[in-house]
Design a protein around this ligand. Structure first.
Ligand SMILES: [Zn+2]
Length: 126
Protein backbone atom coordinates (compact mmCIF):
# COMPACT_ATOMS: atom_id res chain seq x y z
CA UNK A 1 0.00 0.00 0.00
CA UNK A 2 1.25 3.44 -0.92
CA UNK A 3 -0.18 6.85 -0.19
CA UNK A 4 0.12 8.06 -3.79
CA UNK A 5 -3.42 6.93 -4.55
CA UNK A 6 -5.02 8.51 -1.47
CA UNK A 7 -6.67 11.90 -1.96
CA UNK A 8 -4.46 14.47 -0.25
CA UNK A 9 -3.56 18.06 -0.96
CA UNK A 10 -0.28 19.94 -0.58
CA UNK A 11 -0.44 22.66 2.08
CA UNK A 12 1.12 25.40 -0.04
CA UNK A 13 0.03 28.75 -1.44
CA UNK A 14 -1.46 28.67 -4.95
CA UNK A 15 0.81 29.78 -7.78
CA UNK A 16 -0.79 31.69 -10.64
CA UNK A 17 -0.46 29.99 -14.01
CA UNK A 18 -1.35 31.26 -17.48
CA UNK A 19 -2.82 27.91 -18.36
CA UNK A 20 -3.50 24.79 -16.31
CA UNK A 21 -0.36 22.63 -16.16
CA UNK A 22 -1.41 19.05 -15.33
CA UNK A 23 2.12 17.68 -15.65
CA UNK A 24 3.55 20.18 -13.16
CA UNK A 25 2.06 18.37 -10.15
CA UNK A 26 5.43 18.19 -8.36
CA UNK A 27 6.51 21.80 -8.96
CA UNK A 28 3.10 23.50 -8.75
CA UNK A 29 0.67 21.25 -6.86
CA UNK A 30 -1.74 24.14 -6.23
CA UNK A 31 -2.44 26.30 -9.27
CA UNK A 32 -4.39 29.55 -9.45
CA UNK A 33 -6.02 29.68 -12.85
CA UNK A 34 -8.30 32.25 -14.43
CA UNK A 35 -11.34 30.71 -16.01
CA UNK A 36 -11.58 32.61 -19.30
CA UNK A 37 -15.21 31.66 -19.67
CA UNK A 38 -16.42 33.04 -16.34
CA UNK A 39 -13.55 35.48 -15.65
CA UNK A 40 -13.15 33.97 -12.17
CA UNK A 41 -9.95 32.84 -10.48
CA UNK A 42 -10.12 29.20 -9.48
CA UNK A 43 -7.81 27.08 -7.37
CA UNK A 44 -6.87 23.72 -8.89
CA UNK A 45 -5.24 21.24 -6.50
CA UNK A 46 -3.25 18.13 -7.26
CA UNK A 47 -5.13 15.33 -5.48
CA UNK A 48 -2.91 12.32 -6.13
CA UNK A 49 -2.42 9.66 -8.79
CA UNK A 50 -5.24 7.59 -10.20
CA UNK A 51 -5.44 4.18 -8.50
CA UNK A 52 -6.19 2.56 -11.86
CA UNK A 53 -3.92 4.28 -14.44
CA UNK A 54 -1.56 6.35 -12.22
CA UNK A 55 -2.47 9.57 -14.05
CA UNK A 56 -1.88 12.78 -12.01
CA UNK A 57 -5.37 13.81 -10.98
CA UNK A 58 -6.66 17.26 -10.03
CA UNK A 59 -9.48 18.78 -8.04
CA UNK A 60 -11.09 22.11 -8.95
CA UNK A 61 -13.12 22.97 -5.86
CA UNK A 62 -15.72 20.35 -6.51
CA UNK A 63 -16.21 21.55 -10.09
CA UNK A 64 -14.68 18.50 -11.69
CA UNK A 65 -16.65 18.27 -14.89
CA UNK A 66 -14.25 16.48 -17.25
CA UNK A 67 -15.59 18.60 -20.12
CA UNK A 68 -13.84 21.55 -18.45
CA UNK A 69 -10.19 22.48 -18.13
CA UNK A 70 -9.27 19.36 -16.14
CA UNK A 71 -10.30 16.93 -18.86
CA UNK A 72 -9.39 13.30 -18.20
CA UNK A 73 -7.30 14.34 -15.19
CA UNK A 74 -10.37 15.49 -13.24
CA UNK A 75 -10.69 13.83 -9.83
CA UNK A 76 -13.53 11.36 -9.40
CA UNK A 77 -12.77 10.07 -5.92
CA UNK A 78 -13.78 6.64 -4.66
CA UNK A 79 -15.42 7.29 -1.27
CA UNK A 80 -15.50 4.37 1.19
CA UNK A 81 -18.77 5.30 2.86
CA UNK A 82 -20.57 5.04 -0.49
CA UNK A 83 -19.74 1.31 -0.35
CA UNK A 84 -20.47 0.89 3.38
CA UNK A 85 -16.77 0.65 4.20
CA UNK A 86 -14.31 2.89 6.04
CA UNK A 87 -11.02 4.37 4.87
CA UNK A 88 -9.52 7.29 2.99
CA UNK A 89 -10.85 8.70 -0.27
CA UNK A 90 -9.03 6.99 -3.14
CA UNK A 91 -8.01 8.85 -6.30
CA UNK A 92 -9.57 7.88 -9.58
CA UNK A 93 -9.44 9.99 -12.75
CA UNK A 94 -12.52 10.88 -14.78
CA UNK A 95 -11.42 8.69 -17.66
CA UNK A 96 -11.18 5.53 -15.53
CA UNK A 97 -14.32 6.39 -13.57
CA UNK A 98 -16.34 6.50 -16.78
CA UNK A 99 -15.31 3.09 -18.12
CA UNK A 100 -16.75 0.11 -16.28
CA UNK A 101 -13.67 -2.21 -16.35
CA UNK A 102 -11.27 0.49 -15.13
CA UNK A 103 -13.80 1.77 -12.59
CA UNK A 104 -14.27 -1.71 -11.17
CA UNK A 105 -10.54 -2.34 -11.11
CA UNK A 106 -9.98 0.84 -9.10
CA UNK A 107 -12.78 -0.06 -6.74
CA UNK A 108 -11.36 -3.54 -6.14
CA UNK A 109 -7.92 -2.07 -5.32
CA UNK A 110 -9.50 0.46 -2.95
CA UNK A 111 -11.41 -2.34 -1.19
CA UNK A 112 -8.37 -4.59 -0.96
CA UNK A 113 -5.63 -2.10 -0.07
CA UNK A 114 -7.25 0.93 1.55
CA UNK A 115 -10.65 0.15 3.03
CA UNK A 116 -12.04 -2.08 5.74
CA UNK A 117 -15.51 -3.04 6.77
CA UNK A 118 -16.65 -1.20 9.89
CA UNK A 119 -16.82 -3.14 13.14
CA UNK A 120 -20.29 -4.48 13.63
CA UNK A 121 -21.79 -3.32 16.91
CA UNK A 122 -24.18 -6.19 17.41
CA UNK A 123 -21.74 -9.09 17.81
CA UNK A 124 -21.61 -8.98 21.62
CA UNK A 125 -25.28 -9.65 22.15
CA UNK A 126 -27.11 -12.96 21.75
ZN1 LIG B 1 -7.21 6.72 -14.34
Amino acid sequence: MTTRHIVQYADVEPVRVESFKPRAFMAIPVQLWRNGWTGEDQVIRFAGRCVTCDRPTWDRHGDNDPRGVLGDSALSALVATEYEMTGPDVVQCALCANEEPSYKHGLSVARRDYWTYPETADTEEN
